[in-house]
Design a protein around this ligand. Structure first.
Ligand code: GTP
Ligand code: MG
Length: 557
């Protein structure tokens, strides 16, 4: 008889500090005989020494120690099995890197157990973790109300926590499939129905786990093969990478994004004749050759022609920030998305969300440690990606500040009607005439003079006069006056900034005048060295003539 391979599912255990995550995991491992006798003995020894009852939480420490000595398991991947399938518990609980791993995709869970201490009730981290589950789109969630022994297995207490946590999670679009009252320490409702809680009519944890439904197989999703490297062998170029989803056959028509190169799969490489394959599938690391040998760079993504990824230079994302220095708009970071690495800039911080209260701060200047924010990110080059809801591998990224991974995020869509600034820069970079040459011929430096002030008529007057003065001085100058286009304020500023940026790049002095100073997204568009700001105040003492002089100095200085 042919054995069907056993199903395996990754689960994550989350919850507030001390609410019993390690104890529950220790229990699950113990009750499913997943532990080495050595680890159990060790913990027995420690507890006896202290005159304390057996601490299941110590089992994880014992495992960690064994791992340090290189003996057994990787604590980030502890596993146990039920009759139905194998479970892998991702990330040792209490691990500081947990959030980073969850967000960056170093760990990817299909199901989650959210623990709440019955006596302490819902705490900040219970909510933060609930929020992360919603961000990651994890639908398989059970809420375990732990330490029921400390509240005399009280039904009302359980009902109250269920109600409260339910409304918090539902507001986030997370609908826990089950709420289970347990005592991890006493082993109630873990493997068998607890006699102490006859009022509970559901399954114990171990049985309930088997009700989690596994998602669609990765192999049946659209093909995503990020290129990790291209090797030259003889005269052939072998493209290597890991298939994140889908399947690939010899002869398939493929597209390589973001370069949008179309070709066909010529061969799937193998080391030995017995390994020869005409089809490869998700999870495999492969080497292939293609019919047209373009120059393919690391990070590009191979897909089939009818299921292309998105290609853009800006997108919307939810970012979880873990950096000591806050995330700020306008600053440059490195973005790593599947195998792509590209410089990027936070064009706009739309909202900062306090994950514990769900309070929102609109138009915040910065995102601090542990905050989640909705942002618009702009990249220096086009990148290929998917919305996170469509593909977790190509829909998530990390942000690197200096040398540190400081945040992670998931992509929620294109940035809308944003005009991509960097694409213009790229075009400019590709011209045969350089900016230096243009500036040398004009005998001036391209600049953007950004005037701001409350009174429109005054701004306009000063800008017009300054333009005349500069022109009379022999300068190439252009005042981009405000027309009443039927677009929003932000779109207008964006358009003006884009245009001014091109003018400056061609060696011209561009003048713009707005009520507000240059916002962060403008700083993403216009390089800092080109942008010169001055404020036109509204007080009586202001002499327009002095201001014009100042602008002339800014422009030619
Ligand atoms: P961190 O890793 O620090 O976030 O904590 P944790 O969530 O892993 O909690 P842990 O399992 O270490 O448990 C914290 C304390 O609660 C330990 O002293 C446990 O013995 C105790 N505890 C866990 N579960 C129960 C329970 O069901 N009943 C009682 N009475 N105590 C429990
Ligand atoms: Mg722990």
């Amino acid at each position: 008889m042919l054995n069907k391979p056993r199903e395996s599912m990754n689960i994550v255990v989350v919850g507030h500090v001390d609410h019993g995550k390690s104890t529950l995991i220790g229990r699950l491992l113990f009750d499913t005989d997943a532990l080495s006798p050595g680890a159990i003995k060790k913990v027995q020894g420690i507890c006896q020494e202290k005159g304390k009852p057996f601490e299941y939480a110590f089992l994880l420490d014992a495992l960690e120690e064994e791992q340090k000595q290189g003996i057994t398991i990787d604590t980030t991947r502890i596993s146990f099995a039920t009759h139905q399938r194998d479970y892998v518990i991702i990330d040792a609980p209490g691990h500081k890197e947990f959030l980073k791993n969850m967000i960056s995709g170093a760990a990817s869970a299909e199901a989650a157990l959210l623990l709440i201490d019955a006596q302490e009730g819902i705490r900040e981290q219970s909510k933060r973790h609930g929020y992360i589950l919603s961000l990651l789109g994890i639908k398989n969630v059970y809420v375990l109300v732990n330490k029921m022994d400390l509240v005399d297995y009280d039904r009302d207490k359980f009902a109250q926590i269920k109600e409260e946590m339910g409304s918090f999670l539902n507001a986030l679009g997370v609908y826990p499939l089950k709420y289970i009252p347990i005592s991890a320490f006493q082993g109630e409702n873990i493997t068998a129905h607890s006699a102490k809680m006859p009022w509970y009519d559901g399954e114990p944890v171990l049985k309930a786990l088997d009700f989690f439904e596994q998602g669609r197989d990765l192999e049946d999703r659209p093909l995503r093969l990020p290129i990790q490297d291209v090797y030259k062998f003889d005269s052939r170029r072998i493209i290597v990478g890991r298939i994140e989803s889908g399947r690939l056959h010899v002869g398939d028509s493929i597209v390589i994004s973001p370069g949008n190169k179309k070709t066909r799969v010529k061969t799937i490489e193998h080391w030995q004749p017995k390994d020869q394959k005409d089809e490869v599938t998700a999870g495999m690391s492969v080497g292939i050759t293609v019919e047209d040998e373009f120059f393919n760079s690391n990070g590009e993504i191979i897909t089939h022609t009818d299921t292309l990824p998105q290609t853009a230079q800006s997108f919307k994302a939810s970012v979880f920030w873990l950096g000591k220095k806050p995330l700020v708009a306008g600053k440059r970071y490195k973005l790593k998305l599947s195998a792509q690495e590209v410089e990027c800039c936070i064009q706009r911080i739309n909202k900062v969300i306090d994950a514990a209260t769900l309070g929102r701060l609109e138009d915040a200047p910065a995102v601090h440690l542990n905050d989640v924010a909705e942002v618009v990110i702009e990249t220096k080059r086009p990148v290929a990606f998917d919305d996170f809801k469509d593909n977790q591998h190509t829909g998530r990224f990390v942000l690197v500040d200096g040398y540190d991974v400081s945040g992670g995020g998931i992509i929620s869509g294109l940035a809308g009607e944003q005009i991509s600034t960097e694409s213009q820069n790229r075009v400019i970079e590709n011209y045969l005439v350089t900016r230096q040459e243009r500036e040398a011929r004009e005998k001036q430096k391209g600049k953007v003079i950004w005037l701001s002030g409350p009174r429109e008529s005054l701004r306009n007057e000063i800008a017009i006069k300054a333009e005349r003065r500069l022109f009379d001085l022999g300068k190439k100058v252009y005042y981009l006056s405000n027309n009443n286009w039927n677009i929003t304020e932000t779109e207008h500023v964006n358009l003006m900034a884009q245009t001014a940026r091109v003018l400056a790049d061609s060696g011209i002095i561009a003048i713009v005048a707005f009520e507000a100073d240059a916002k962060d997204f403008v700083r993403c568009i216009i390089p800092q060295e080109d942008l010169h700001e001055t404020i036109i105040s509204d007080d009586e003492q202001m002499v327009a003539e002095d201001k014009i002089e100042e602008i002339v100095k800014l422009a030619i200085g």
